[in-house]
Write a new protein. Structure first.
Ligand SMILES: Cc1cc2nc3c(=O)[nH]c(=O)nc-3n(C[C@H](O)[C@H](O)[C@H](O)COP(=O)(O)OP(=O)(O)OC[C@H]3O[C@@H](n4cnc5c(N)ncnc54)[C@H](O)[C@@H]3O)c2cc1C
Lengths: 251, 382
């Protein structure tokens, strides 16, 4: 089985750097790290393949960490024309790169921890003409079919889907392994297929700032947290907490 | 902002140290206080550390090691682990480094496969036993004897202050097989389940998460195949081992000093006295700068000596001097951090409180300050 995992490099959330006022996006001139939410997809892929098959990483930035975790090879799309790509632009590029690998299964995170659009995986699936299953908390593959426990508000749905397909996984589905010393050394000799958008048959006007169908009109700092209500327990605290949660419609 | 890093920077080394840092932040730092209370670290940690390759520096790939010795990588790794704020954790988790190194250098292939491989895989633990109730500094005068009887050595005597002594499966033990003085000392691997081996746990001031034991050898029979290298070659193995152990302890002491600084700085920025943050009082700011400059100087020296070790140099005197500088610097930083934290530094569970207690063993174990100065003076012909 061949599994492609889509991963992203993001600024360390602990030290994300500044926002560029002219583009209204993160400058991304700080150290970039593997998005933690992607590490679950990587671990899932490694466990599903378990040495019998291949894990290919697809990314738009160099990522040795995933190769060090055990992925077999990488397709790296790098092209100056990609700067400023919105969700659909990104999806076009990823879809074209994934196609080169001819995978049985594509794994992605539900959403990235910097952009948070949460739309890329489904757009990729659509562009590839593949079915997609979202919010997977468990994934199993057998006889050309993937069986997914799909997280819902109330519990989970059991979903099956024929391969090839795309599955987006939630954080915490598996415990991502740490890249080991051996993995780090081995990563250096793993094949990385570095391609530009021309190699993928994509027109520069369709991606990046030029191809953006989406515009960030304004950015505002998140509002400061409002003071909460302190519930003193006089024997009935649980009732007040339950009715408060009911009001919020979270239970 | 792009920062200029050190001339020793290397992407593979950084990637590995990053992994160790993540492991430390997620798996170690949140638990060190509990492990102090438990008086030991959980056994599963050995498997986890092994999977990452934390035990492998300087060991052959055939036995699960890195297949290379990189003093800068080891320094970075130890300093990342040190950010959990527990020297006891590192001492016990990494007792493999002192216990196995003589075997790696001088042991037979059979002994390496039997002892090093399971330890590096996290399935067994090794310890190094040199110090005796009669003394630790004067290694040439150890009295634990091993008498050859047929295919065995029969060991009698005792060892004390042995890190991982309670749980070690293999104890690399300095024994007297010959006459008096350094030439009579050999290294023997004693199996943890040998008949006649007794162990008692020591209750300590610091390094609480590390089990430390006194070992009693009462007619313990050890197969002669467990002899490491030649009979009578033990003293030079001990001396060799000490060099690595000392720079390792220096690297940790510097990282612990940095942690004291970080804790003190965060507190000084937050804590208000006399209407302003502590950090706005000049006296406190100067304390922080004194800590910072001590740490930077020691760190630069430690990096340089690690680099020189990688070039094949053997700077014995300077490593001894560095250990003194690093532990004195640590003592200073722990004290100043405790002053800045005030009463908060006196509460059990606080990082500075733990480090303040742990300073003592860093300044004594692996060769005390006095012995380090003495060694340096002799090496330098002073
Ligand atoms: C927590 C802990 C863990 C340890 N783990 C291990 C271990 O795993 N394996 C192991 O073998 N040992 C271990 N040790 C022992 C440690 O290495 C010794 O404590 C150390 O070598 C000093 O020996 P000593 O305590 O017997 O002091 P002594 O040798 O009795 O010396 C006492 C004091 O006198 C000073 N002194 C000695 N000789 C001179 C001199 N010539 N001139 C001036 N001053 C001198 C010393 O500096 C020291 O301060 C550990 C110790 C501790 C506390």
């Amino acid at each position: 089985m061949k599994v492609v995992v889509c991963v992203k490099q993001i600024p360390d959330p602990a030290d994300p750097g500044e926002i560029d006022p002219s583009t209204k996006t993160l400058k991304r001139d700080v150290k970039l790290i593997l998005d933690e939410s992607d590490s679950y997809g990587v671990e899932m892929a490694l466990q599903l393949v378990d040495g019998d098959g291949e894990v290919v990483l697809v990314s738009m930035a160099p990522n040795n960490e995933v190769l060090a975790m055990g992925a077999d090879s990488a397709i790296l799309v790098s092209d100056e024309a990609l700067a400023g790509s919105d969700a659909l632009g990104t999806a076009k590029v990823l879809a074209a790169a994934i196609k080169r690998a001819e995978p049985d299964l594509v794994l992605a995170a539900t959403e990235s921890s910097d952009g948070y659009t949460g739309t890329v995986p489904e757009q990729v699936a659509e562009l590839l003409g593949m079915p997609s299953v979202t919010f997977a908390k468990e994934v199993a593959v057998a006889d050309g079919t993937v069986a997914v426990k799909r997280q819902t508000e109330a519990g989970y749905d059991d979903v099956t889907c024929p391969l090839p397909c795309l599955v987006s996984v939630t954080a915490g589905v598996v415990e991502p392994r740490y890249p080991s010393f051996k993995g780090i050394m081995a990563a250096k000799s793993k094949p990385v297929d570095e391609v530009g958008i021309a190699d993928l048959g994509i027109d520069a006007g369709a991606v990046g700032w030029a191809g953006g169908g989406q515009e960030i009109v304004a950015i505002e700092p998140a509002p400061a947290r409002e003071a909460g209500e302190i519930v003193e327990d006089e024997g009935d605290a649980y009732e007040r907490i339950v009715s408060f949660l009911e009001e919020l419609k979270v239970i | 902002m792009a920062t200029v890093s050190s001339p020793y920077a290397d992407p593979d080394r950084e990637a590995f140290v990053d992994t160790v840092r993540q492991f430390t932040e997620r798996e170690l730092a949140p638990n060190v206080h509990q492990w102090d209370l438990d008086g030991e670290i959980p056994i599963h940690l050995y498997k986890e550390a092994a999977a990452i390759g934390i035990f492998g520096d300087g060991f052959e790939a055939a036995y699960g090691g890195h297949g290379q010795r990189d003093a800068l990588l080891r320094m970075g790794m130890l300093q990342a682990l040190a950010m959990a704020g527990s020297g006891g954790l590192i001492a016990s988790l990494l007792s493999n480094y002192i216990g196995l190194s003589p075997i790696q250098r001088f042991g037979t292939a059979e002994l390496k496969a039997r002892v090093i491989a399971p330890c590096l895989a996290g399935d067994a633990i090794s310890a190094l036993a040199i110090t005796e109730p009669g003394g630790g500094s004067d290694v040439a005068r150890i009295t634990t004897v091993a008498k050859r009887e047929g295919d065995d050595f029969v060991v009698n005597g005792s060892k004390t202050f042995i890190t991982s002594g309670m749980r070690a499966n293999f104890i690399t033990t300095a024994v007297r097989t010959g006459g008096e003085g350094p030439a009579g000392i050999s290294m023997l691997v004693v199996d943890g389940d040998s008949a006649g081996l007794g162990r008692t746990k020591l209750d300590k001031m610091g390094w609480l998460a590390s089990d430390t034991a006194t070992l009693y050898f009462d007619d313990v029979r050890v197969p002669a195949t467990n002899l490491v290298g030649e009979e009578g070659a033990g003293f030079s193995m001990i001396v060799n081992n000490f060099n690595a152990e000392r720079i390792d302890m220096a690297a940790q002491s510097i990282a612990f000093s940095r942690l004291c600084f970080d804790e003190a700085l965060a507190y000084a920025r937050d804590r208000q006295t006399f209407g302003k943050p502590l950090a706005h009082h000049q006296v406190i700011r100067h304390k922080l700068v004194e800590m910072d400059r001590t740490i930077r100087a020691n760190q630069a020296w430690c990096e340089l000596l690690s680099w020189r070790l990688n070039q094949g140099d053997d700077p014995v005197a300077e490593i001894a001097e560095l250990k003194v500088a690093a532990t004195l610097g640590f003592e200073f930083c722990a004290r100043e951090a405790a002053q800045i934290l005030g009463g908060a530094s006196y509460l059990r569970g606080d990082t500075v409180e733990r480090l303040y207690r742990e300073v003592r063993v860093q300044a004594i174990g692996g060769g005390s300050e006095e012995i380090m100065r003495d060694l340096a003076s002799r090496q330098l012909g002073i």
